[in-house]
Design a protein around this ligand. Sequence first.
Ligand SMILES: [Zn+2]
Length: 463
Amino acid sequence: MKNIYTLLFLLFGFIGSLPAQTTEIDHARALDIYRNIISFRTAAGQDMVPEMASYLAGQLAQAGFSDDDIHILPVNDTAALVVRYPGNGNARKKPILFLAHMDVVDASPEEWKHDPFILNQDDTYFHGRGTSDNKYGVMNLTQSFIRLKLQGFVPNRDLLLVFSGDEETTQATTNMLINDYPDLIDAEFALNSDSGGGSLDATGIPLAYHYQAAEKTYATFEITATNPGGHSARPRQDNAIYDLAEAILKIKDHEFPVMSNAIVRESLRAEGKQMGGEFGDALQRFADNPQDKQAIQTILANDDYDQSIRTTCIATLLRGGQVENALPQRATVTVNCRIFPGTRVDEIQSALERVIDNPELNIVPLDEYLSSPASEPREDVVDAIAFAVHERYPEMQLVASMSSGYTDARVYRRAGIPTFGTSAKIIGPESSNAHGINERFPIKAFYDGLDHWIDIIQTLAGK
Ligand SMILES: [Zn+2]
């Protein structure tokens, strides 16, 4: 045994870390936290986030975190939890934030095989709302902080657990932290458990680990056609529903310009290499030359990849008319856009106006949307993630990636805190059904991931 440690020290000593080792007690604690937090129905409108935050605060206090370092910060009917792990300051560096969100998308028990708010397990999976998004992350960060504290680990800089309470809806908790508690969460960078992760093929062979370094900007527009209306027995050519229908078809046919950045090119190159074949080849050619027309055509023809190289806008909701026997006075379509980083929301609004080409129609954004920049990958962070991932899958390639969805990371990036998504999740092609019914998480991946954050923390804030 001792020789193994010597060998491990020789292998890993240069970055000052030994791989973490979980025990039965660690496994039991992790499962207990997971089971407890899944039982809180932390969906919007249920008011359960503050209770879940107090439960977690209690667990951390028991492990030795001082009450002065534990903050439950309410906003509306939800709350944020911020827990400081005080360091000795030897690194003379700003703190690191560790992010997760405590809220979930709601679930109707009658639609599920099992009660979504009671943790269930079969031979392969844990089942329950949040098992994947994002209560695995909440559990894993919490148990990591607890284990390190119990082991007497003192980081060389402060570490901060920062759990939000409404990531899936308004992100008011994260905005509150940024706006009202800038000193509490001031940090050099943030690591997010809510994105990033590794993929395995169906036989368990590692494909790639994607750490998230950018997100597309989210924006929703309502487009409305109005008309004086009249009796349906006296039809006219002008009609709010027809005007809107024409606009919808123009949006359907519009293609936003192809774009790329270093993160997207790196990720497409890596996937292309892995994939091989004609399509893999197109991804690599695009990465080498984003002007390559043939490669662009091939990528745009693929529904899984076209959104990675451009802005997309898609009709999602429709309503119109007032009664069955009157000409419609109003018809509205909701259009959801995922905007490539670097493009402003008002540029997309102007593009929609141009495409629709009907000044009678009214186009309004539903909210004030702000874009977030990409985070330039940093060597220290990438090395730490690589160390944790290679503990489990020594061959796994690390790739920076951009998400078409968004997380709390966009708020931090916008506030100037570079943020990287690096969940401990390394799973096969099966779906985790996040946001859908029968959400699940593979049991093997659950236990295999329990050292992920400890490896990262010891690498970034060890001696
Ligand atoms: Zn999430």
